[in-house]
Design a protein around this ligand. Structure first.
Ligand code: HEM
Length: 162
């Protein structure tokens, strides 16, 4: 058994699962529920979790993507030149593009959430209309992000049989 490949696969899948799970949970459960809460409670919750969320999601994404590239170069019979060439390469290539888009999109959603948190802290809380564009951006961005990571995991899971 190749221990290096085994470790890379475990790191890749473990952090990938965490990334996808967190993105889907944020988009489908946390974000809609937070939006429905009174502003003071939303502010408290955002203050407690938003930096941690960004940290863990960014870390998971970096480890997943890094281990993914390492898997391409270290797995016997696989190499970068196969991307968008063989069936395997198309599946991994689509997963790679979806992952990179998700990575940048989640950074954008994270910075929009930070803006919302600061606006709520700065007592602009009563002006819900002013916060609406920011909330809409976060809602759409987090859903699009969840779709992208689901596409990524689907593509990865189908690579061996593609
Ligand atoms: C949301 C991001 C990602 C998730 C959730 C994810 C998940 C997975 C999973 C579950 C597998 C195991 C598939 C299997 O053994 O059948 C896998 C394999 C793999 N992934 Fe990813 N992945 C992600 C992103 C990436 C990225 C960005 C790359 C490349 C840079 C990559 C490269 C690979 C490679 C090379 C394999 C091995 C495929 C094989 O066994 O032939 N993955 N991934």
């Amino acid at each position: 058994m190749d221990i290096e490949i085994l470790v890379l696969r475990i790191l890749h899948i473990l952090f990938g699962v965490f990334w996808v799970g967190a993105a889907v949970y944020l988009a489908l459960v946390l974000e809609p529920k937070l939006r429905g809460l009174p502003n003071e409670i939303e502010r408290e919750v955002l203050q407690a979790i938003s930096k941690l969320n960004s940290l863990w999601i960014t870390l998971s994404a970096i480890i997943t993507i890094g281990a993914g590239f390492a898997l391409i170069s270290r797995t016997p019979g696989r190499e970068m030149s196969q991307l968008f060439d063989t069936g395997w390469g198309w599946a991994i290539g689509i997963g790679l593009i979806a992952s990179l888009l998700a990575f940048f999109l989640s950074g954008w959603v994270g910075s929009s959430t930070a803006k919302l948190r600061r606006a709520l802290q700065a007592e602009q809380m009563s002006d819900d209309d002013a916060l609406l564009p920011l909330r809409t951006r976060i809602a759409i961005g987090s859903r699009a992000n969840a779709v992208l990571v689901i596409v990524a995991v689907g593509a990865m899971a189908s690579a061996r049989v593609a």
